[in-house]
Design a protein around this ligand. Sequence first.
Ligand code: NAD
Length: 471
Amino acid sequence: MADSIKTPLLVVGAGPGGYPAAFHAADLGMEVVLVDRDPNPGGVCLYRGCIPSKALLHAAQVIHEARTAEKLGITFGEPEIDFDKLRAWKDSVVEKLTSGLGGLTKQRKIRYVRGTARFAGPDRAIVALTDGGEQEIVFENAILATGSEPTRLPFLPDSSRVMDSTGALALDHLPKRLLVMGGGYIGLELGQVYATLGCTVTVVEMKPSLLPGADPDLVKPLAKVCTTQFHKILLDTSVTAVTEKGDQLTVAFRDTAGKTFEEAFDRVLVAVGRRPVSKGLGLEQAGVQLTAQGFAQIDEARRTTSERIYAVGDIAGQPMLAHKATHEGRCAVEAIHGKKHIYDPRAIPAVVFTDPEIAWCGLTEDEARRGGRRIRVGLFPWQASGRAATLDRPDGVSKIVADAETGLVLGVGVAGYGAGELIGEGVVAIEMGATAEDLALSIHAHPSLSETIMEAAERVMGQSTHYFQRM
Ligand code: NAD
């Protein structure tokens, strides 16, 4: 083993939790060692998650628009898809962004160590180097940012026909019949990509609706599109067995009424959730205790039960979202730097990048009611939006949940084209303690989709300009 590296800060994992933490620490003048297996920072998000999936979703949207432009008097003909080129373009996006992060790491003089880290005590870790050999790293403080991995179901066969999101994003094969297990974020995003590329897609979801937990008013416009795009949507249904026979998979289902049936598929995409990567890291030796679900136990500053070790991102708990990881990473660095900094967000945006997109932040209507809050709700359907009409995208809705007495905005939800961009206004409103009246009285550009948030706020107050409701 080479001589030990001694560092004020070791960051394990260079995804959207780890690399922004390392960058922020370097910007504050700390020496930093950043460890990851991949050639550059980026983690699952850039290499095998958010970025490649959004590139493919963009391609799917282009195909969809070309197919539906006929209504506008523009005919393109059926799109021809060159899969090698599409894959190469997606990979080039990933390469551009990750190599850019590699450059920023060098510019900040962060020592990037390629390998897999395992803790050997509360102040040291051993890295099994990608190029062979081992490297000990002794640290004053460490940040754990090891992320999460797809949940595996023990009854599924070990077969290349059973894919997780990483396999699906590789886009190495276009199955004729695809079963997507799980009607959540990944299932619906990748299900739409494969359906648009020409696969016959069936989605099976064990709960009674797609995107369980999301506001049903927001899910409705998406569910309507999914019904036409997908061959079948099996709700309240679970997969009980998958058997590989020849070149196909026979899948056994059971619904909540007890009915059982079988169907054959060419491939199965498993998207039933993710679990934290916390095993095999030597966390016991380091004194880091885990919750029953395998997340690191942390305090408000993201400090674990081991005094010098912090945890951020997916290993630190729900929601497993890249932007939450980034915020936590910076927060942990501030705490290490001696600032009284705690993690205390009022609103974390969640965006499902389907078409239409679904985005929300703060409390959903259901959460507010279950919490015993007296609320007023403003819903603005996009059929009444001029901008949505010019985009030929009336399939949306904007929704505001406000406190009945104070008018404080508690939650914002948007379903529709570009919802992921629009939700930023909701996050700022909630974080700044805005009322529905503040949103209603702020002048929004015309014609823009942001007006739908203003009009939803007007509806919280009473009547909105473009949606008349007899009182
Ligand atoms: P998810 O939790 O969003 O959805 C999993 C779905 O699978 C749930 O609806 C669940 O009810 C269902 N399910 C579970 N077991 C099942 C079974 N045996 N049969 C049928 N259905 C079953 O999880 P995901 O889609 O795998 O995504 C994992 C995580 O990754 C998400 O929690 C999210 O935080 C993150 N993610 C985020 C984005 C984004 O921000 N746009 C995109 C992809 C993933």
